[in-house]
Design a protein around this ligand. Structure first.
Ligand code: IMP
Ligand code: MG
Length: 180
């Protein structure tokens, strides 16, 4: 177990502040309201990284909204992703006929979301869109892009606002660059 001072030494610098996140989430909520214009949506969040983003985004929309969770594993340890993506928790319901929005924390290589989007598309949703808090386009290994991305960032390993390094730092209220 790290001591508190060891822990904070890993926070290199804040790249997106709490206020910037708040404003971007509010704008995105309004955009969703306009896009769906009163029709119900199903927000599908990918655990665990997107749990904080989902909680804030869900409260920023006013259209009727349901929530479901999936979990996928692509990072096994450290900051390097592996080729294999496994879905470890699937949605517990039928999504056919729903306006589904996948809510993700970050698109890095794109492998996780490509797999999940393909899975969900086969289940015949009325519509399917992808919203990501962060996008690292320079890291893409497969052809994939989100419909809405709140922040585009450089090739940095980031922590906070749901994102972790070995399960730590998810509770930081901002996005910071991780310091080895
Ligand atoms: P992808 O399949 O390579 O796009 O990886 C997506 C997943 O890797 C994300 O959902 C995150 O869980 C994790 N990930 C990618 N980049 C970072 C990062 O900079 N910090 C923390 N987790 C990351
Ligand atoms: Mg994730």
């Amino acid at each position: 177990m790290d001591t508190i001072s060891d822990y904070s030494l890993h926070i290199k610098n804040i790249i997106i502040t709490e206020q910037e996140i708040k404003e971007a989430v509010a704008r995105t909520g309004k955009l969703i309201d306009e896009m769906y214009d009163g029709t119900p949506i199903l927000l599908v969040s990918i655990l665990k990284g997107a749990f904080i983003f989902l909680a804030d985004l869900a409260r920023a929309v006013t259209v009727p909204c349901e929530i479901a969770f999936m979990a996928a594993k692509s990072y096994y340890s450290g900051t390097e992703s592996t080729e294999n993506v496994s879905v470890t928790l699937d949605i517990d319901r039928d999504i056919s006929g729903y306006n589904v929005i996948i809510v993700e924390d970050i698109i890095d290589t794109g492998r996780t979301l490509k797999k999940i989007a393909e899975m969900l598309r086969q289940r015949d949703p009325f519509s399917l869109k992808i919203i990501t808090l962060l996008d690292k386009p320079s890291r893409r290994a497969v052809d994939f892009s989100a419909d809405i991305s709140l922040f585009t960032i450089d090739d940095l390993f980031v922590i906070g606002y749901g994102l972790d390094l070995d399960e730590k730092f998810r509770n930081l209220p901002y996005i910071a660059e991780y310091q080895e």
